[in-house]
Design a protein around this ligand. Structure first.
Ligand SMILES: Nc1ncnc2c1ncn2[C@@H]1O[C@H](COP(=O)(O)OP(=O)(O)OP(=O)(O)O)[C@@H](O)[C@H]1O
Length: 754
């Protein structure tokens, strides 16, 4: 099996649309060039074709950051399958990468890991055909019927099966990177499989993806600290951390820190003691369960046990077969698709509450978060910077209380210890570039998926919710029926351009949505949920990208060049680093505390306020004050122009210089009035923004260094300007006298002529 992961024999290309599905085939809608590449499927399985017409898509049973999952009928055999429709236009990976990952996914062969029967492309979607897990994910189940989590016997079974899956993947050199309740799938007979491994996880987790979607959305609740640490590598032990978080999620109905905004979650994960089960609050859980969780949630990844070792933990000795402990959880529940609809309605309602314009970005994050979707896509520096700006004392107080209550089982040496009653970052809780790289286990010979944090950061989401069971039962919406044929007629041929064409895809999906002939009201709400992250542009399928990149408003988050859409680019005035200014944003200059600075037109303004975080940018296209003053004065000196021309020019120069001086002074005042100048004069860094509980452990960010440098530059420029201004003033006075003399001379001459 290891060979299967590490390298595949080249499969034979198949160009017949209806051949049994041993291939991953990229197919054009016209079917004239059906086979672009081929994947494989292990022998001894049922055959599935790569012809989309052979699949009748029924109800939607799930959706995530990048995909929508449908229950479907495979018409040739009447088998019920799940078809995951992955949105390829969210992915900048080339087709070879996708093929490689799809091949890997199709070769997975373990009873606890979802495998792909086959995959093929329909328009800009990759369809992945896989077993249908009729009870959906643990997350959906909790949201529907167990908002406070499952009982321990069910948790033990679920975790044990999940751990078997992880042990298998790790043994074959793979990191799942998305272990969470939303990816633990359940079948009616109690079978448990870990999903979302392979195509979506791998193909999107490349640097390209991050480049295409640079703004953070979502929450890093499941992410291991080392994944969040710049410069520190991580390995399969990151999955063990996520597994521990998942254990807490199953126990409480939500992941730890899930009530906090993503930015805070990131800081808390890095700085706080690890979360855990509390001896008092979690009395219903056994000591061995608490110990297991504590073993997984050790910040030093080298001290986390392997999946193999964890499987031998005493907690799993008591685990019953899932048919006994898990199957009963589904009693009396409505069908999965009704539950999913109900959850979507609820999401829509919650999102509607968050539609305050000022909270748009937070609404995006929280919406995704509540839906339990995740993506590995945010800019860590941006995130940290935003996190450092979070000054919500109330929430920080909550955080303290929460940690006091919940973090009582801290284990840094694989031994249980009781935490103190306040947040005291342990050594390994302090972000540091010194965190040791974990040594790779000898049994993993190949790690194609091991990545560095600069390339990709894991981002996972969840939020507790109450039961939707009643609402689900009441739902009488008819099922939407979309056939592969219908879908296929809705867009042009598949080309690389089409695959990456964002707006086209969106339009296509909007058309697909409009096909829905049933349950109009429900779907309207549904669409609102889907659309929510975008806030503009065409209707989007659920995905995080829509919320955080191309169509998202750039003002609240600060846009990157890559994430600016065409419209934004058209208005672009200036981009410097992460700060961008559009023509619309120029008006924001009015936000400067202009106590002493007269309002000027944007064209005259040299320093502009960024739309993103109120930073300032110097417009290099415009002449610097020095250039202006020198050119002005030289033109005055060398000119034989008449006074009537010179005068306005000099007055303008004088006014501009004064304004610039005022502007710079004003800027300095607005920057930590007393601290910054002092610090810069002393050559020290100014104090950093801190959350109240970090004990001074926030890293000095590159941005802050840049800011300080900029302040120093401004100060020296101010000094120069002041000198120049003085010189100009005296020149002005002299010139004024000369002009007066010339004028009086001319007047005298005119009088004498008269
Ligand atoms: N084989 C399946 N059978 C039934 N339901 C499924 C199946 N696969 C996925 N689902 C449902 O669809 C949801 C989304 O699927 P999946 O997690 O694979 O999508 P995704 O876009 O990769 O999500 P994310 O990246 O947010 O985890 C799952 O949480 C689950 O509820």
């Amino acid at each position: 099996m290891a060979e299967a992961f590490l390298g595949l024999p080249t499969p034979t290309e198949d160009s017949t649309p209806h051949t049994p599905c041993h291939q991953l085939t990229f197919r054009s809608p016209s079917k004239t060039s059906p086979a672009v590449f081929i994947g494989g499927m292990g022998g001894g399985q049922k055959s599935y074709t790569t012809n989309p017409d052979d699949y009748k898509l029924l109800e939607e049973v799930g959706y995530g950051a990048s995909a929508t999952v449908y229950r479907a009928i495979y018409l040739p055999s009447n088998d019920v399958v799940a078809v995951k429709c992955l949105d390829l236009d969210r992915c900048n990976s080339n087709l070879d990468d996708i093929r490689r990952e799809a091949q890997t996914m199709s070769l997975i062969d373990h009873p606890n890991v979802i495998r792909a029967f086959c995959s093929f492309v329909v328009k800009q979607n990759l369809w992945v055909v896989m077993p249908f897990m009729a009870e959906g994910s643990c997350l959906h189940l909790m949201k529907t019927a167990y908002p406070d989590g499952f009982e321990e016997s069910a948790i033990a079974s679920i975790l044990k099966e999940t751990l078997k899956a992880l042990e298998y993947l790790h043994r074959h050199g793979h990191i799942h990177r998305d272990v969470k309740a939303g990816n633990i799938l359940l079948d009616t007979n109690g079978v448990i499989k870990l999903g979302d491994f392979g195509v979506s996880a791998c193909m999107f987790d490349r640097g390209d993806r991050q480049r295409s979607r640079n703004t953070f959305v979502g929450t890093p609740c499941w992410m291991a600290p080392e994944v969040l640490q710049p410069g520190s590598g991580y390995d399969f032990k990151a999955d063990i951390w996520s597994f521990g978080i998942t254990a807490l999620e199953l126990a409480h109905g939500h992941a730890p820190f899930s009530k906090y905004p993503p930015m805070k979650v990131l800081l808390m994960t890095i700085q706080n003691a690890p979360p855990g089960l509390d001896y008092d609050r979690d009395k219903r859980f056994s000591k061995s369960f608490k110990e297991l969780v504590a073993m997984c949630l050790v910040k030093d990844q080298t001290k986390r046990p392997t999946a193999e070792k964890l499987l031998k933990h005493s907690f799993f000795k008591q685990a019953k077969p899932p048919e006994v402990s898990v199957k009963k959880l589904f009693n009396n529940l409505p069908p999965l698709w009704h539950r999913v609809k109900a959850l979507q309605l609820k999401d829509a309602a919650q999102l509607a509450l968050k539609k305050m314009p000022s909270a748009e970005q937070e609404a995006i994050s929280m919406s995704e978060y509540q839906r339990g979707v995740s993506a590995w896509n945010f800019d860590l520096e941006d995130l940290k910077f935003k996190a450092s700006l979070v000054q919500d004392d109330d929430e920080i107080q909550d955080m303290r209380a929460d940690n006091v209550n919940s973090t009582s089982f801290v284990n840094n040496d694989s031994k249980a210890t009781t935490s103190t009653s306040e947040i005291v970052p342990s050594d390994d809780a302090i972000p540091s570039g010194d965190i040791p790289e974990s040594s790779n286990p000898p049994d993993i010979e190949n790690k194609p998926n091991i990545i560095t944090v600069e390339e990709k950061i894991r981002n996972k989401t969840d939020q507790p919710s109450t039961s939707d069971k009643e609402a689900s039962v009441q739902l009488q919406a008819k099922s939407r029926i979309l056939t592969g044929r219908n879908r296929q007629t809705q867009s042009g041929p598949l080309t690389p351009g089409a695959v990456l064409n964002h707006s086209k895809s969106d339009r296509t999906r909007a058309l697909e949505r409009s096909e829905n002939e049933s349950s109009q009201a429900v779907d309207k709400m549904h669409h609102q949920v889907r659309r929510a992250p975008s806030f503009s542009g065409p209707l989007n399928l659920p995905n995080r990208a829509s919320g955080n990149s191309l169509s998202a408003p750039i003002k609240p988050s600060g846009g990157y060049r890559d994430s600016l859409d065409d419209k934004s680019k058209a208005n672009l005035v200036q981009i410097k680093g992460r700060f961008s200014v559009t023509s619309e944003d120029l008006d924001l200059v009015k936000d400067i505390p202009l106590c002493t600075v007269p309002r000027r037109s944007p064209q005259e303004t040299l320093l502009r306020k960024s739309a993103s975080v109120g930073d300032w940018i110097f417009d290099s296209k415009q002449p610097t004050p020095r250039e202006m003053s020198s050119s002005s004065s030289s033109s005055v000196h060398n000119s034989n122009l008449p006074a009537s021309v010179l005068m306005p020019h000099l007055q303008n120069l004088f006014q501009q210089t004064s304004l610039q001086q005022d502007l710079i002074l004003n800027l300095l005042n607005s920057l930590q009035t007393s601290e910054v100048p002092e610090a810069s004069q002393n050559g020290k860094l100014p104090p950093l923004p801190r959350s109240s509980d970090n004990n001074g452990s926030v890293e000095v960010s590159e941005r802050e260094r840049l800011l300080l440098t900029k302040v120093s530059e401004l100060q020296s420029r101010l000094t120069i300007l002041t000198e120049e201004l003085t010189a100009e003033k005296s020149k002005y006075v002299q010139l004024q006298q000369r002009v007066d003399a010339i004028v009086s001379r001319e007047e005298g001459g005119q009088k004498s002529e008269a």
